[in-house]
Design a protein around this ligand. Structure first.
Ligand SMILES: C[S@@+](CC[C@H](N)C(=O)[O-])C[C@H]1O[C@@H](n2cnc3c(N)ncnc32)[C@H](O)[C@@H]1O
Length: 284
């Protein structure tokens, strides 16, 4: 189901359309000059982004959900970054990831990235900033621990797959997404199609707390429509088994748990008939 294509993409440096990758050797810019080394380009991007208040505003936005969702340091997974050595947008997104981790004191050893487009140059660049690159597509990515998932401008199927794989109260309430605003898809895709093709997103999106990233003047396209999104545990319907096991007092303290049939309808996904079948999803 996921868009796990291993097709090779390249980017224009304005963050525009994808086009098939050309061999990297001796690649020149449009003006015929050699490209600046990716490490130098990354450092320039870092200086650009650090020059104003934008990064501080972003890390401030993350503080409250971080405190709400976990006591210990979460893991960080970045999917769909693109090629930071050849895309200006991917480079800015990489700087954002590094700086945010630094500012909210996240352990760099807990950060993993994966994108099938990574080139050798990308691999070297990621190594130079000590980020762990996953060497294979591990979709659909089970997330047993609290996790920040950074998915800038990914295919909707990739979001759905990740959420589907982790479709439990525990995991949903410890997931913080920095990604395209899922509610926009809910507004723009006909509801029947959304419910059929993206059942998790169609159910979860209305419950999400969403904090849009502020406008980034120097890298507009890299961060446009991205938001910090998470669901507060009390906004999730209890899973069917949880309702049966709770006392009346427990149940009345769960704000949105209006009925066990509502819970069942929320947590049961098309093609699954029991709780045990909700959990696994086929690999992409
Ligand atoms: C629309 S691009 C976004 C690239 C970049 N973040 C940007 O904003 O320009 C989507 C990216 O998702 C990547 N992708 C596709 N399937 C993936 C998968 N299974 N896991 C991780 N990344 C994937 C693609 O290779 C591509 O780089």
């Amino acid at each position: 189901m996921a868009s796990s294509s291993s097709a090779s993409f390249a980017y224009d440096d304005g963050g525009g359309a994808f086009k098939p990758a050309r061999p990297r050797k001796n690649r020149k810019t449009k003006t015929g000059c050699s490209r600046i080394p990716p490490e130098v380009a990354l450092e320039r991007t870092r200086q650009e982004l650090k020059s104003g208040d934008w990064l501080r505003e972003c890390s401030d936005l993350l503080l409250e959900p971080s405190q709400l969702l976990w006591a210990n340091s979460p893991e960080v997974l970045c999917l769909g970054l693109g090629s930071p050595s050849s895309s200006r947008d991917a480079r800015a997104q990489l700087v954002f990831l590094l700086e945010i981790c630094d500012r909210i004191s996240l352990d760099p050893s807990k950060v993993s990235v994966y994108d099938p487009v990574f080139s050798e140059e990308d691999e070297q660049l990621l190594e130079s900033v000590s980020i762990r690159r996953l060497t294979e597509n591990r979709a659909p990515y089970p997330l047993p621990n609290p996790t920040i998932v950074f998915m800038p401008h990914c295919d909707l199927h990739l979001y759905e797959n990740l959420i589907h794989e982790n479709w439990t109260t525990d995991r949903m309430s410890r997931l913080l997404l920095i990604a395209n605003r899922l509610s926009e898809y809910v507004d723009s895709i006909p509801s029947q199609k959304l419910a059929a093709d993206f059942p998790c997103i169609s159910r979860l999106a209305p419950l999400l707390q969403s904090r849009p990233l502020p406008h980034c003047a120097s890298h507009t396209t890299a961060f446009t429509n991205l938001a910090i999104q998470y669901v507060r545990p009390q906004d999730l319907p209890p899973e069917p088994g949880q309702v049966e096991n709770k006392t009346t007092d427990d149940i009345s303290s769960i704000a949105t748990a209006s009925s066990s049939s509502h819970s069942l309808a929320f947590w049961s996904l098309p093609g699954t008939s029991s709780r045990a079948e909700i959990m696994p999803v086929a690999s992409a």
